[in-house]
Design a protein around this ligand. Structure first.
Ligand code: PLP
Length: 289
């Protein structure tokens, strides 16, 4: 049985109840975060919590907890769910007023806070030589103009991901004005002639914590990476394509719209970078948090 945190208490997941008047339910008026837990240690928690605060600011929802309080809640939830490898989910909504009305509730109601932890399996990054790689499709990016906010309003992402799955692919790479933005739940990296490119930080993408770490590790190991616009057509001509996210690390994409990328298998740069990435993760997550 897993335990969750809801509005101030740790309880059995099966006992958690949220009002149908909750603005998260009625308007998708809320934000979320996902923090990976590796060896029982929260990975890059400070960065995730900073982004959570930024998302709350973006929606003008006052943060119900300070960063040290969030950190302690996260650690306690990890402890209560046995540690190991987890995906820690956090959601904050504008709360549950008596009346359904578009403007923010007045008087203000307390935000709803929900946190859960689900076990996850290690990504292929941990065993690069055995990795097979995944297919992706491209789709129009039909999302709103503030994709930098980690809002729970994810319907276009859900539909895009489902369309990818229905076509036997693992991810939909989204295209706006002929340019790659990101995946339905990942950031995108394109490798050509040994150079890594990734779309620049903007309101069109979520600035992934894994994306930032990849940039940091490239800098540290003097691997050429530039943040630049990537045209859709470049995808088909890439040597390698990677997608990144907190729970899946860095995943190699070996076909896009059924066209083979590189040799149609995970590339050499991905394999060597995957090792560096996992080494870093292990070095950070072997200490007790
Ligand atoms: N882009 C989108 C749209 C996402 O939903 C996610 C993760 O959920 C990411 C990128 C990757 O972000 P992170 O590396 O912080 O998990």
């Amino acid at each position: 049985m897993s335990e969750v945190f809801l509005n101030g208490s740790f309880i059995e997941a099966s006992q958690a109840r949220i009002s149908p008047m909750d603005r998260g339910f009625l308007f998708a008026d809320g934000i979320y975060e996902v923090i990976p837990v590796f060896n029982g240690v929260l990975f890059r928690a400070e960065q995730h919590l900073r982004r959570l605060e930024r998302s709350l600011d973006g929606l003008q929802i006052p943060s119900p907890h300070s960063v040290p309080e969030w950190m302690e809640l996260c650690r306690e939830l990890v402890r209560r769910n046995g540690g190991g490898e987890l995906s820690l989910y956090m959601q904050v909504t504008r709360g549950a007023p008596d009346k359904r009305d578009h403007p923010f509730p007045y008087p203000v109601v307390p935000p709803t806070v929900f946190m859960s932890a689900t076990s996850i399996t290690r990504s292929p990054t941990h065993d690069p030589d055995a990795a097979l790689g995944f297919a992706a499709i491209t789709l129009d990016d039909i999302r709103w103009g503030r994709c930098d906010i980690k809002s729970v309003s994810l319907l276009p992402n859900v539909l895009a991901k489902q369309q990818a799955y229905a076509m036997g692919a693992a991810e939909a790479i989204l295209i706006r004005d002929g340019l790659v933005t990101e995946g339905a739940s990942t950031n995108v990296f394109l490798i050509k002639d040994g150079r890594i490119g990734t779309p620049p930080r903007s309101t069109r993408i979520l600035n992934g914590i894994t994306r930032e770490l990849i940039i940091e590790l490239c800098d540290r190991h003097r691997i050429a990476l530039v943040e630049r616009e990537i045209a859709k057509a470049e995808l088909y001509d890439a040597d390698e394509i990677w997608i990144s996210s907190s729970t899946k690390d860095i995943t190699p994409i070996v076909s896009v719209d059924t066209r083979k990328i590189g040799h149609g298998v995970p590339g050499e740069l991905w394999k060597s970078f995957a090792r560096r990435f996992v080494d870093y993760k292990l070095s950070v997550c072997s200490r007790s948090d």
